[in-house]
Design a protein around this ligand. Structure first.
Ligand SMILES: [Mg+2]
Length: 162
């Protein structure tokens, strides 16, 4: 496939957001399974910078960067975040964990806004239906990340062969 553009989600796909929230106990007391964003924001950009890779993501990311360097695909990080501390923290994480160029990192305010980058040559790897469904409706292609980077990488390799 020519002009294959691959967009990678961050939280829950490349980085282990949930473990980081668990580590600090930044869950709301009044609602189940809701992140206490005030506490996350108060912790500052470092909260994001400290995150671990999702299992298998580091190796997969290196391979995808190699595929991009070989001209097989264009690689982007596409992350939704609606406050400055988060954007700064995510940039810090990318700078300290990868050599990925920041000009290929795209931030949008809401998960559904990722659909702005959808077209017939675009693929989104993401763990949330909130991002995937609008992307698909807008004419993009999706790979739902369910925890297995080996499997995702295999699918991407097959796309490059077409
Ligand atoms: Mg996600």
């Amino acid at each position: 496939m020519k002009n294959l553009k691959l967009y990678l989600d961050m939280d829950g796909t490349l980085v282990d957001f949930i473990s980081q929230v668990n580590k600090y106990g930044f869950w709301r007391k009044d609602k189940q399974n809701k992140v206490d964003w005030n506490k996350v924001i108060a912790r500052g950009p470092e909260f994001w910078n400290e995150m671990d890779w999702m299992p298998g993501a580091e190796t997969a990311f290196e391979k995808m960067q190699k595929m991009a360097a070989d001209g097989l695909l264009e690689l982007y990080i596409l992350s939704s975040i609606d406050f400055d501390e988060g954007r700064e923290g995510k940039k810090m994480w990318i700078k300290s964990h990868t050599d990925f160029p920041l000009e290929k990192v795209i931030f949008c305010l809401e998960p559904e806004y990722k659909a702005q980058w959808a077209d017939a040559d675009s693929w989104l790897v993401d763990d949330r239906k909130k991002s995937l469904e609008p992307f698909k409706s807008a004419g993009g292609n999706v790979i739902e990340f369910t925890g297995n980077w080996k499997d995702v990488l295999q699918q991407i390799k097959e796309l490059c062969r077409k």
